[in-house]
Design a protein. Structure first.
Length: 421
């Protein structure tokens, strides 16, 4: 069944381009409806079944931000994904896009394949959430009629389970389940993007950790059975002093979901975090560190005279340098550190250390780059700007200081580390 896309933009040429892309590349999947103003778009939303909205930001009368607030505040339309199509890609605009309820944004001029991938991703996510919600409501009333695995636990001991869970573990009854598994979480396998008991602050509180994590993202667990790996979406609900756990088998669709997630979170060239993902991780880090009253350092660095590299050696050589730069830095940072491509030849880093240690790390990285023999261009150097997180900081204020420090490093000779306090 075709999905319907609503594109809202006050510029006729932009509407024409989007319509052409949909009709030329995905006419068998989508129908498209056009609106030349926010008022017209809101009216269409109340009259027609719309599956996803492509929203311009700068429009007369009602801009895209206000229109999105209205969509998200209406019971009928609040679940419709909104993707912003905007020529503005500054930090403030990106931040507002998410704050008003937008699900994603794509910069103009947009890549046609990227736009269609984002549309497909958010429609698939919406459908998955709808199915999971229906399953959750159903399991609360009739456990044993559900295909999902359902467990009632104290957090450390199994209390009861449905037949599907017993069958999955090849166990005949609850007595054998309690005998074989003191805690069901012990069967979770460690892995990137998967929850396991080792990630919990205290093992007896692991279900509370699942509930907390699920407020921001889906919690996935991996379980090994008869030599095969199964992937489940784990939902947890607290009921008095017990927890109801629902395991939804997404083994078949997990690979596709991971591909969508990778596209949305990683830079396609260097395969490190992209700016969007870095932004999300930093927002979370700021919240956590303000609660703990600790600090970290934030670094922006870029490749000196990179334009000359592209001009003299070509963009393929330039791309190769960016790829190898990312690999070089990844080889000298820890898994818990945050490393991303900021854009062009600029990269960002975040370390859970104070400013003195941060400067030492930045200088070490600077030397590694200076001494590294790149394939085509041997003499590559980078300039670094570093600052330390303050309790009254926002992400924007911290980025601004690091950017000023980077500018100072460039202006004072390059290939150096400068800090801004």
């Amino acid at each position: 069944m075709k999905k319907t896309i609503l594109c809202i933009d006050d510029i006729e040429a932009n509407l024409f381009i989007v319509q052409s892309v949909i009709e030329d590349m995905a006419s068998d999947l989508y129908d498209i409806v056009l609106a030349s103003s926010a008022n017209e778009g809101l009216s269409i939303l109340l009259k027609q079944k719309i599956d996803i909205v492509l929203m311009d930001v700068m429009m007369p009368d009602i801009d895209g931000f206000e229109a999105t607030k209205m969509i998200k505040s209406n019971r009928k339309t609040k679940e419709i994904p909104v993707i912003f199509l905007t020529a503005k890609n500054d930090d403030e605009t990106i931040d507002i896009c998410y704050k008003v309820g937008g699900n994603d944004y794509v910069s103009k001029p947009f890549n046609h394949v990227e736009l269609l991938s984002r549309i497909s991703f958010h429609l698939a996510s919406k459908e998955k959430d709808r199915l999971l919600l229906e399953e959750k409501e159903y399991t609360q009333s009739i456990l044993d009629l559900q295909e999902n695995l359902i467990l009632v636990t104290s957090g450390t001991h199994c209390i009861t389970a449905n037949k599907a869970l017993l069958d999955f573990y090849n166990i005949n009854n609850m007595y054998d389940l309690k005998k074989n598994f003191v805690c069901i979480g012990e069967t979770f396998i460690e892995g990137e993007d998967y929850f396991s008991l080792n990630q919990s602050r205290e093992k007896f509180r692991w279900v509370d950790d699942v509930i907390e994590l699920s407020q921001d993202k889906d919690v996935l667990v991996k379980i090994l059975k008869a030599g095969e790996e199964y992937i489940f979406n784990l939902k947890a609900t607290k009921f008095i002093n017990q927890y109801i756990l629902t395991f939804t088998d997404i083994t078949q669709i997990s690979q596709q979901s991971l591909e969508y997630k990778h596209e949305a979170s990683y830079d396609s060239l260097t395969q490190i975090y992209n700016r969007n993902m870095f932004h999300r991780l930093m927002e979370r880090k700021i919240i956590i560190f303000k609660k703990k009253n600790t600090s970290f350092v934030f670094i922006i660095f870029d490749i000196d005279h990179f334009k000359n590299v592209n001009d003299n050696y070509g963009h393929l050589v330039g791309d190769d340098i960016l790829i190898n730069m990312a690999k070089l830095i990844q080889g000298h940072v820890r898994d818990q550190d945050i490393f991303a491509r900021w854009g062009g030849e600029e990269f960002t880093l975040c370390f859970d250390v104070g400013i003195t240690k941060g400067i030492e790390i930045a200088n070490n990285l600077r030397r590694y780059i200076e001494e590294y023999a790149f394939k085509e261009v041997v003499n590559i150097t980078c300039s670094f700007g570093i600052t330390e997180f303050r309790n009254n900081d926002s992400l924007d204020s911290m980025i601004k200081r690091a950017d000023e420090a980077l500018y100072e490093a460039k202006e004072s000779g390059r290939n150096k580390v400068c800090q801004k306090v």
